[in-house]
Design a protein around this ligand. Structure first.
Ligand SMILES: Cc1cc2nc3c(=O)[nH]c(=O)nc-3n(C[C@H](O)[C@H](O)[C@H](O)COP(=O)(O)O)c2cc1C
Length: 504
């Protein structure tokens, strides 16, 4: 048999190699042990290694029954598995061009890294994008505004209802939901400390009582997922007392009811069993050793009517601004929901739209790839629906979905978002290398893992500084872009700032 494939593309005669290994390993072990006996101890060590490989070869070929390749080719086939497991790293570092990596290519990631490190973000020679007329572009003005004339950004949640605990942000970017569970405690603390330094809020994600988010003194948006960790009764219904108590914590500024998430709309949250430590099992009230799968929707919300009633209930109990997060699927259901809000005269204080391209700690592939509307389709639809139904001034709109770079965030602001959320932008600021192992508890840079020896690499203070620096650099770019548009305040941004041959 000639030319068996080893590692996908290298042509090697596996059968011949396996034969050499069968004969070579015992011979080499015998020779080196013999040499060790007559000459030096060092030969014993080599002999020992060959003996070990020989036993492994025998085990693969004659004892284990699970892998045909190992049975047929023994230790030689193991090389194939090693090459296969190294494949992603080889492709990422050696073979893929700057624009090929997914979900974020190297150009996009490098921009965040440079921003987070405060390194000069200028590039040379010209854009590396395609300019094939399918991308959205920003329309600049012939008469840019002087930067000193720009008005400061300000957004107040809850002002529409005139509530006492209305909450104001001064920067149009927020750290999106990531729970303690999907991320490790060190990453959560670094993000939270960074949020505090940057003067922006951080969303707790759906992981229950936000012990590590609270630790660093940042303003928090407490997220209530469909399992309602932290505020739940046993049947996943809302425990009013728990919510009341949580909301009285002065660090908790807003509540977000999560209906769905772009990476897995129509499914509840998923935390793989590998990531359920003793502490997480206690904080969430879930058993160890099993995947934790949240219900696909809130038990209280079975239709538009009960959904709006539930929003009102959370507003009444918490006394805080209350937003909702969802990925748009069926547009008619969103319209129906807004009509029901009008009917009950109850509006969430914000709607956060998560695009289908959004990230996750863990989700089924078909949901990640093919369910839900992408953000640049969903956001204009939501903005227009609210305007057409004359309720756009009743609530704020937030947007997320691969909005990690200032120009993309700026496009969302021009499409009707009042502010943007990003999760992976901040993960990259922490030093995420896009190893795509968030679901395995093996994150090599210590962000999406609970393994102490991996978390060790993440210095909270240094990474918090990077988070704050990323925000500062984004702010700088927003101002530059705003001035270039010829607008002097964020409220002026609109569709006229965008060019795209598919939007019009
Ligand atoms: C590691 C990780 C954990 C996440 N956990 C949550 C969560 O607990 N609740 C939620 O609503 N969204 C969660 N998300 C989704 C993000 O909050 C965000 O909506 C989505 O990733 C889009 O933003 P991005 O494209 O900037 O990452 C998570 C995303 C990531 C990458």
């Amino acid at each position: 048999m000639k030319g068996n494939q080893l590692g996908g593309s290298i042509n090697v005669d596996l059968e011949k190699l396996a034969k050499y290994a069968n004969i070579g390993l015992p011979v080499l072990a015998f020779i080196f042990i013999g040499l060790g006996y007559f000459y030096s101890l060092k030969f014993y060590i080599l002999g020992g290694i060959f003996l070990l490989l020989l036993f492994l070869n025998i085990y693969y070929r004659y004892i284990q029954k699970h892998h045909a390749l190992l049975t047929n080719f023994g230790i030689v086939a193991q090389m194939r598995y090693i090459l296969e497991s190294l494949g992603p790293e080889f492709r990422q570092y050696l073979f893929l061009s700057d624009t090929e990596e997914k979900p974020f290519n190297r150009i996009e990631r490098s921009e965040v890294y440079r921003k987070a490190k405060g390194v000069d973000a200028a590039s040379a020679f010209g854009s590396q994008l395609k300019f094939d007329d399918t991308e959205i572009k920003l329309r600049h003005s012939m008469y840019p505004v002087d930067k000193k004339d720009l008005k400061k950004f300000k957004l107040c949640f809850g002002e529409e209802r005139g509530i006492e605990k209305a909450y104001t942000i001064n920067k149009p970017v927020i750290i999106s939901a990531m729970s303690y569970g999907s991320l490790g405690k060190t990453a959560i603390r670094a993000l939270s400390r960074g949020a505090k330094k940057a003067g922006i809020p951080i969303n707790t994600g759906e992981g229950g009582y936000p012990k590590y988010h609270l630790m660093e003194g940042a303003d928090l948006i407490f997220q209530m997922g469909t399992a309602k960790f932290g505020t739940r009764n046993d049947d996943a219904s809302l425990n009013d007392e728990d919510l009341k108590e949580l909301s009285s914590n002065p660090q908790i500024k807003m509540i977000e009811i999560k209906f769905s998430q772009g990476a897995k709309p129509g499914k509840g949250g998923l935390l793989p069993k590998e990531k359920i430590s003793k502490e997480i099992s206690k904080l969430r009230g879930v058993p160890m050793g099993e995947d934790v799968i949240s219900p696909p929707c809130h038990v209280e919300c079975k239709n538009a009517e009960t959904t709006v009633e539930f929003i009102k209930r959370v507003q009444d109990i918490s006394k805080l601004p209350v937003g909702i997060k969802l990925c748009i699927g069926r547009e008619d259901q969103f319209v129906e929901l807004v009509l029901e809000m009008k009917k009950q005269n109850t509006y969430p204080d914000y709607i956060s739209i998560d695009g289908a391209e959004g990230g996750t700690g863990a989700a089924p592939k078909s949901f990640m790839d093919d369910v839900g509307l992408p953000i640049f389709k969903a956001l204009p639809f939501v903005h227009k629906t609210l305007k057409d139904l004359s309720v756009r001034d009743k609530m704020k709109v937030l947007a997320a979905g691969k909005l990690i770079n200032p120009s993309k965030q700026f496009m969302a602001l021009s499409m009707g978002a009042d502010a943007v959320y990003t999760a992976r932008g901040f993960m990259l600021a922490l030093g995420c290398i896009q190893a795509l192992q968030c679901n395995k508890n093996t994150c090599p840079v210590g962000i999406a893992t609970h393994k102490k020896h991996l978390e060790r690499g993440l210095n909270i203070e240094i990474k918090a500084q990077r988070v704050a620096q990323y925000v500062e650099s984004l702010e700088h770019d927003y101002e530059e872009l705003l001035a270039a548009m010829g607008d002097d305040e964020f409220d002026d941004l609109n569709f006229g700032n965008l060019y795209h041959n598919n939007i019009y």
